[in-house]
Design a protein around this ligand. Structure first.
Ligand code: PMP
Length: 351
């Protein structure tokens, strides 16, 4: 650390993204990306946009907002686009957490990092014994509430009515529903932003839309909240969405059938792999996301992670005490998952 680093930040522990080792080719099942490449139409749109990169992109992000507004049945002033949904989460911590924040003890690891970066005091509410969010514990908390739904890394989802009960019980506090994985659960709370002025629903192009590399996230809320978020955006980087990502994003939204097909395939594979893992004696949470969260009495969480890495398969292991026997496994193609199952079988049988 240099002597110039802001003393207020000297205990900041940055978020650790999933590893991307370069020394060999891996089957990559550790960062919940989409297993399927973007469509040809997306590639063509990017190529077309590339000729104008001498110009700044549209800071209002008008075309994308209009398209998304039409899809979601909202006004375009109820939508904001950001450089990945990580950016919108950071903006929310900057804009709306003066009174502090709460989120589960086991959830997306970036929430505590953004809280510390923004000097926000936070409280973690423990998940229940079976790794669920108990909505009752989120009522009248007096702070901004962050809930990933489905939650990560458990994949377990709250029902819409349960979310709505939390939103209703906190009229003077903001509730942020992070729907990074909601396309795989088939249930979104986004229409609720038309009813509640204390709700922000975030989403991303990184999971169901085959576009983690373009860094495109978004949020829905009432116009006043989106206007505040735009104040932060225009005070940070008005050109946060580059022209190539904008063009790709638009092409993705124009071909929703392609996304829907990939979501369908991913969910089908998830359910198939879950059954196969159960046959091998694994316990799997009821994941509604594009990953499974699994553990087994036959092999420790760390041994499974290390053994698979040695054999060319990357999954995500967390060192947090409560979940160290688990691993999070992203859903790849059927062919990739067949190799995973075969390798796990060999490892478990050899023990
Ligand atoms: N929320 C959750 C729950 C996530 O798992 C992720 C991806 N790691 C994000 C938000 C951020 O996604 P992105 O910045 O790629 O849109």
């Amino acid at each position: 650390m240099s002597k110039f680093f802001n003393q207020k930040l000297n205990t900041l522990v940055p978020y650790t993204p999933g590893e991307q080792p370069k020394e060999q080719e891996y089957i990559k099942l550790n960062t919940n990306e989409c297993a399927y490449a973007p469509s040809e139409k997306v590639l063509q749109a990017v190529e077309k946009a590339a000729v104008s990169v001498n110009l700044y992109p549209d800071p209002a992000c008008d075309a994308l907002c209009e398209k998304m507004a039409r899809i979601a049945g909202m006004d375009k002033q109820q939508i904001i686009f950001t450089n990945g949904s990580d950016e919108i989460l950071n903006f929310i911590f900057t804009a709306f957490c003066e009174n502090g924040a709460v989120f589960p003890d086991i959830t997306y690891g970036f929430y505590p990092v953004f809280a510390r970066l923004n000097g926000v005091k936070y409280r973690e509410i423990p998940l229940t014994q079976d790794l669920r969010i108990n909505p009752e514990e989120y009522k009248n908390v007096g702070k901004t509430i962050f809930i990933a739904n489905p939650n990560a890394p458990t994949g377990i989802a709250l029902k819409r009515e349960e979310l709505e009960s939390i939103i209703r019980a906190n009229p003077d506090n903001l509730v942020v529903i992070d729907e990074a994985y909601a396309d795989f659960s088939g249930e979104s709370a986004r229409e609720l932003v038309n009813i509640y002025d204390n709700l922000i629903v975030c989403g991303t192009f990184s999971k169901s839309r085959s576009a983690a590399g373009i860094r495109l996230g978004f949020a829905f809320a009432c116009k006043e909240l989106i206007s505040d978020l735009n104040t932060i955006r225009f005070s940070t980087n008005p050109y946060n969405i580059n022209s190539l990502s904008m063009a790709a994003g638009l092409a993705i939204l124009e071909d929703e059938a392609y996304t829907a097909e990939n979501v369908k395939k991913t969910v089908r594979t998830r359910e198939r792999v879950k059954e196969l893992l159960k046959k091998e004696g694994f316990y799997c949470t009821d994941s509604k996301a594009n990953f499974l969260f699994v553990k087994s009495d036959k092999i420790s969480g760390e041994a499974l992670y290390r053994g698979l890495k040695q054999r060319g398969i990357l999954i995500r292991h967390f060192s947090l005490e409560r979940i160290r026997e688990y691993n999070r496994i992203s859903i790849g193609t059927d062919a990739q998952m067949d190799i995973l199952i075969k390798t796990i079988k060999e490892m478990v049988e050899r023990k």
